[in-house]
Ligand binder design. Sequence first.
Ligand code: IMP
Ligand code: MG
Length: 408
Amino acid sequence: MNVVVIGAQWGDEGKGKIVDFLADDADAIVRYSGGANAGHTIVINGEQYALHLVPSGILYPGKVVFLGTGMVIDPEALFAELAMLKERGIEWEGRVFISERAHLVLPRYREMDKTRDAQRKKPIGTTGRGIGTTYSMKSERDGIRLADLQWNDKMAELEPEDRDFLAPYTERLLAMRVNLTAKMHELREANVLMEGAQGALLDLDSGTYPYVSSGMSCSAGAATGAGVGPRALDRILGVFKAYSTRVGNGPMPTEFDEQNQSELYQFVRDTGREYGVTTGRPRRCGYLDLVALRYACQANSIDGLVLTHLDIYDTLDEIEACVAYEIDGKLVTDFPASIEELNRAKPVLQQFSGWKASLKECRSYKKMPKAAREYVEFIESFTETPVDIISVGYERSETFIRRNPWKK
Ligand code: IMP
Ligand code: MG
């Protein structure tokens, strides 16, 4: 069966950790969108790994991983990451494959991303990894796919600097080439984990456009990005944090007030280690936005939610979450498309009592303090989606399952 893991907020929800956790029961892992703009942190026995391109399942010895059709791959970043893995004792040879339909990022695309964003009146805050430029070259039909490396006429048309850049990587890239659709057909009876990047609200179509990334980080992207049809997606999990974060610009209705709530802001940022894995930028932090989360559940047909970073709230007396927006004096409960409306939206907050206890040792829902369960159950009823998995720390082991996504 195929299980999809997407981010249900603006990225950085802890997908890497959850994919790593669920990968134990997977035969293969496919990353289906984005590129080196992503940053996934995984902690195993105190060892921390930061991955950008390689699917998080790589850390399990022997698991096969695929970089999907929906990805944009920077060869320089990929081989740097593979070299880092090798240095740290992760044998990856023979188990990393790349869809021959995936597009390649050229170094000058990184510069183009940065220049273009600098020229915008309202910059998006790109990570500058060439992602937007590569996806737009793809839409323009001027992109370079992995398979094209063997297409002599196409290579002859390239700028000499692009050809020179690709030359030293060509053989190694082609050695990892795979027809992903054929492979997925072979794996149709197996357990395949489909790993998303970024998040529902950074998706090109359903996110807070234009303050989004350029890939399909929605659940539908798992189908095209893994070379299968939508009916092949058996279960869709949406990962979200007990609060909200966002990196880069764009609306965030529940962001804490930096002036009046500086203490809470800094507390969540520091306790939650909310600094970007890819760029090191401090992340913007705010209340859990249930209006946005419910929208993400609906826009992605999320079957089950995965709640992470719940332990960050362990010491608080009181917890608040946003249950509606007030926009120009009106109460709004459906997530608006208009950026201006989102910018004017004031969060309507609901209070919950804190649990004032450490969740770190919790390995079952029953053992969780009542107040923490009440917070979880409110989220479930508001979003009409069950919370299937809860994470209470950074370690792989600090996680528990309420409903196993691999069981039909
Ligand atoms: P780009 O995809 O690098 O052009 O970035 C576009 C926007 O998406 C910027 O606001 C980035 O901060 C944000 N973004 C891209 N990738 C991620 C991610 O993996 N986590 C969080 N934000 C991201
Ligand atoms: Mg990240």
